[in-house]
Structures are given as structure tokens and as C-alpha cells.
Write a protein that binds this ligand. Sequence first.
Ligand code: F6P
Length: 359
Amino acid sequence: MQTQKRLGILTSGGDCPGLNAVIRAVVSHATLTYDWQVYGIPYATQGLLERQMIPLHMHSFDLRGIDPLLSMGGTILGTINKGDTLNCIDQILASYQALDLDALIGIGGDGSIAILNQLALQGNWQFIAIPKTIDNDVALTERAIGFDTAVNTITEALNRLTFTAASHDRVMVVEVMGREAGHLALHSGIAGGADVILIPEIPYSIQKVCRHLAELRDRWHRRFAIILVAEGIHPGEEDGINLFNQKIACGKGQYIADCIASCSSYPVDIRVSVLGHIQRGGIPSALDRLMAAALGKAAVDLIAKGQSSQMAAWQNGTVSAVPIEQVCALSPLVVEPDSDLVQTARSLGIYVGELKNTL
Ligand code: F6P
């Protein structure tokens, strides 16, 4: 008689909207199609180390027939985004054996996927990854879970800020997340109608930002502006301006605001908004839920086919499987400075920096 498979699932790295929808999809498909038992591992490798697991059933969280997991932000399993449990690799491998799991699905960003895959190779685990991150910097997938919702959140924030900026003739500097990748800033800046988008991948000139603002004002009679700043930009290197000539103690948004205030040829009334972890909250968008269902199903099917060290990826609007080794070699994936999207931003008159030799 065939024994029932025991499938583990965990979420690792920073949380984002859509993680619970993936958990829901995995539990549904593994239970309904394969009759496996699914166990949630709390707090990623920390939970593995501590040999903790929670049985997950279809409709475990039902509230009068309503499944909250589909629309709930964050992760019911909890997560960690520091790799210090990796000092205990041998204990984690021993714990995994003790938990008696047949396979593991890990939902994480490129760092978590690399760590989990390393453990899987060492421990001979059957392991499948699903990409998630608002930074969208996991290679070989066009989108990671959480990115679409975060772009929508920032876009909505830009809509709100535009009206208050316009009412007061102000320059609004908005700082967004993304680590060393500018995808989040570029996508939401275009969608939200920013006038300037500064990202880590493209050098910028404060003088040119100021000239752009002056042109908006003098030529187009625009008395307000929205400047989107990715947290990963490298202030002070691009055009020799380093206002404080010291390590930036304030955020990058504040730094850019101070530079503009000191370089502008006319007085500017300037305000800074740091969107922070608001970008990671909220209910998942329809696209993130759709991807959660498709990638969750694909991950379960890959396990059923005996595959391992693969990532369920979103390519050309559908699902495919890619080797994790290749994903890790190409991640983190940053914005190509001459990509179509950068050209699109420029075609809309947005200043997005330029090649170093034209600064
Ligand atoms: O990687 C996701 C992300 O939200 C980044 O954009 C951001 O720099 C970082 O995590 C913030 O991490 P924490 O939640 O530890 O402050």
C-alpha cells in the first residue's frame, strides 16, 4: 500500500502579500489531487531547527465557509530574514530527518532559495522553490509573488501625494524599497506618474534633476513634481555632489530632497515621504493571487513528478520550471539601463538618469 506523502512548506525572507494565497494553493492541490498531508514549518529554518510543524488542512482557517488565506497579507507561518540559523547546518539536516518529511516547498527570495537549496543538496531533500519578493529581483521569473501588490500600493500612494503636492505647489520626494534593484521604483513610478525616477542601476545628476524641475515649471507651468527615489541609489557618486560629504545618516529620499533644495535655481517647497513597510502590507492583488495559485499548483506537480532543486517560475504569462542553480547564478536581477521600460519612462518625459559619460 502506498503511504501518504508528507509535504513541508515554509516561507522565508521578508513577508509580502500573496504568501498565504500560495500556502492555500499548495494545501488545496496536494490534498485534493494527491491526498498528501501538508505541514507548515513556522519561521523558516528556525522552525526546521526547532523541529516544529503544524498540520495544514483544507479549510483549516475557514470562517463560516470563507477562506481568509486568499486575501490575507503576511504569512500565517511567520518568517525570518536573517541567515544566522545557518551556523547550525548539521542540526537543521538532522531535524529535517526527524520531521520525516518527504519533500519541501520553500517560498522565498533569491537569498532564501539559495540557502534552502544548499541545505536540500546536502541533506538530499526533495526541494521546490516558489519566488516571492516585492523587489522582483529573482532571476528567470518575470514576476515574483508580492511585486504586483507592492507596485499597486506605491501607485496608489503616488496618486494621493500628487493631489496634495499640486494643491501646495510642492515637490514631493517619495522613497521606496527594492534593495539594490530599481524594478519597484521604475514600475510604480511609470504607473503613478512620477516626474523623476532614481534607481540604483542608472547614474543621475542632481543638476539635471533640478533643470528638469525648472523645465516642468517654466515650459509646462507645472508647479509641483513627484520624485521617486529607490532606497538603493548611491548618493554622492554620480555627479560629484555629496552634500554632507559624509556617510548618509538620513534616508536616500531626504538626501535627495536636501540636494535639490541646495542646488535648485528657484526656492522649492519640498516634502519627503518614506513609504517603508506599508509597501509589504495589504491584501494581495488579483495578479498575485492568480500567480500564487498557478505557482503553488506547479510546485506540487513538480514534487509529484519527482523533481528537485527547481523553481516554479512565471514566464510569458504562464508557469515553467527552472533549475535553482541557474536562478542563483543570475540573481539578484537588476534593471537593465537600456531596457524597454527605461526607454518608456524617458518617452513620457520622466528623468531616470543617464549614462555616466553624459552626466
Ligand atoms: O527584500 C524585501 C525588502 O522589503 C527590501 O525591499 C527592503 O530593503 C528590506 O526587505 C527591508 O527589510 P526589513 O523588513 O528587514 O526591514
